[in-house]
Design a protein around this ligand. Structure first.
Ligand code: HEM
Length: 492
């Protein structure tokens, strides 16, 4: 009898071990649950990263507010994924400028973006980067190219965007303004890269497979960011998760660029400024089609998505802040829309938009050699340092108590002029030698679109539509920006 009872109540060893583990993990969880980030045995911060991935930018912001400007993030043991995340402007000035040569983007990230960005300017370091940067600088800042971009942006805004929105206004249809803005910037970017737009804003809104492909590629690469390198490589090898989509997306991008390059060979731009691809094609490095493909994809990503995302957030912020909309309209009425340099308040509102919603929300550098950051953080060689540009724009100690408010005035001096752009606490265009090449162009494109749209229309958010950022390399809206467009009363 005793023997029978004993056998009936005997629990197998593995169940006991599982129960013990469950108890240990629960206790661990309850002890740490109030911490901003739970440090698990073996996996360390990886579960937290994965759980918070859908709202990673707000999570990073709350961690910086709770813990401090510089935080170590630990990957699973043996994964070589330990990282540092900082939002301290002194550290950033040190990495991006003072010790620039010790902080490249690094091989790990080159590999992560390789199929997508190849050896384009965003994804390379050292001499190859310097050569591409030199070509970009000399061309993008030339007078001819600047006036070509200004003329195409203005033409696309007035002759394509406004008539399209007028049609939607007449129909009273709800539209996704994010999609329309991405179409506008796809056309402006194609004009800059290939010499002419590709008609994304034409009637009937043609399908643009390239645009969907870029979105898919960005999402797949975002997932790679939060996994140990060996893991995402294995997932790629097995063809799981987002990887097959990335492969398809890259094929679509390659086909699109190949078509445009072939077309370019037959048509001379004849537009005075010349297009970027022709300029790169004339350099020594341009021996292969692959090189030109990488140049084109990098500049299209740089020019389309960043500016399109910034414009979308701008229109959302303006349509939810009537006092600011009124000030922009007042300026447009007083100064007209012809000379974008006159539109100082609009410029400030755009800066304020990308302070809160930077198109590139998260960036990274990799320490080549051991180093010490100005705040005393010790970096071993090969340490990856991330910086959340999104979190930086939301730190009270950097921007004051009203840091979360949309207040363009913070960019203006008492004389009403622009104050300058905030040094290393404002990294929406990055800083140091790798500062955005297209910053001035971006403002020109954004100002023409913003002034053309706001002087003709009012935007009304569709009731119940919730706006939130998507987790991706570029800060787009998760579900787009659903609005109804109305002709502006008293439009002049
Ligand atoms: C609102 C619009 C824009 C924003 C917020 C923006 C932001 C940025 C940021 C943060 C970087 C640094 C990225 C990194 O190193 O990881 C960057 C680099 C770059 N941007 Fe922009 N950008 C904008 C528009 C443009 C446009 C219109 C162009 C077109 C010419 C452009 C061309 C580039 C290029 C070529 C780089 C690479 C610079 C380098 O690595 O040396 N950007 N941009």
């Amino acid at each position: 009898m005793h023997q029978v009872l004993h056998t009936a109540w005997c629990v197998p060893g593995w169940v006991e071990a599982l129960l013990a583990l469950a108890c240990f993990l629960s206790l661990h969880y309850f002890r740490q649950r109030k911490e901003p980030v739970i440090d698990w045995p073996i996996l360390h911060h990886l579960p937290a990263l994965l759980i918070h991935l859908p709202h990673v930018h707000d999570w990073t912001t709350s961690m910086h507010s709770a813990i401090g400007p510089t935080i170590p993030i630990l990957g699973p043991i043996f994964s070589n994924m330990d990282r540092i995340i900082t939002c301290d402007p002194q550290n950033l000035e040190y990495m991006l400028k003072t010790r620039f040569s010790n902080f490249p983007k690094g091989k790990l990230f080159h590999d992560m973006f390789e199929e997508f960005l190849g050896d384009g300017i965003f994804n390379i370091d050292g001499d190859a980067w310097e050569a591409q940067r030199r070509t970009a600088n000399s061309h993008v800042h030339s007078k001819g190219f600047r006036s070509f971009v200004a003329a195409t942006s203005r033409g696309l805004a007035n002759d394509r965007l406004v008539p399209l929105l007028r049609k939607f206004a007449t129909e009273g249809a709800a539209i996704d303004l994010q999609e329309i803005m991405m179409r506008y910037t796809m056309d402006t970017a194609c004009a800059a890269v290939f010499g002419e737009s590709v008609g994304c804003l034409s009637e009937g809104l043609p399908n643009v497979p390239f645009a969907n492909a870029i979105n898919d590629a960005m999402q797949a690469v975002t997932v790679r960011h939060v996994l140990p390198t060996a893991w995402w490589r294995a997932i790629r090898w097995l063809g799981l998760g987002m990887e097959p989509r990335l492969e398809r997306a890259v094929r679509t991008m390659d086909e699109f660029v190949a078509q445009q390059v072939a077309r370019r060979r037959h048509v001379s731009s004849g537009r005075g400024g010349g297009d970027l691809l022709s300029v790169y094609a004339a350099t020594k490095a341009s021996k292969t089609d692959r090189y030109l493909r990488d140049v084109a994809v990098n500049f299209l990503l740089a020019g389309r998505d960043t500016t399109g995302a910034a414009l979308t957030w701008f229109f959302w912020l303006v349509s939810t802040h009537q006092n600011i909309e009124a000030k922009i309209i007042e300026e447009l009425k007083a100064k007209g829309t012809d000379d974008h340099r006159e539109l100082v308040y609009l410029h400030a509102a755009l800066c304020e938009t990308i302070r809160l919603y930077p198109s590139v929300p998260l960036d990274h550098k990799c320490a080549l050699e051991e180093d010490i950051l100005p705040d005393g953080t010790i970096l071993k060689s090969e340490t990856m340092v991330h910086y959340s540009i999104y979190a930086m724009g939301r730190m009270e100690w950097l921007w004051g108590k009203d840091c979360l408010e949309f207040r363009p005035e913070r960019w203006l001096g008492e004389d009403g002029r622009l104050k300058g752009e905030g040094g290393f606490r404002f990294l929406a265009f990055n800083g140091g030698p790798r500062t955005c090449v297209g910053r001035d162009l971006a403002f020109v494109q954004m100002k023409y679109a913003a002034s053309a749209v706001l002087s003709a229309f009012q935007l009304e958010l569709v009731k119940g539509h919730r706006v939130s950022p998507k987790t991706s390399v570029i800060l787009v809206m998760k579900k787009g920006l659903m609005v109804r467009v109305k002709e502006r009363e008293g439009s002049w």
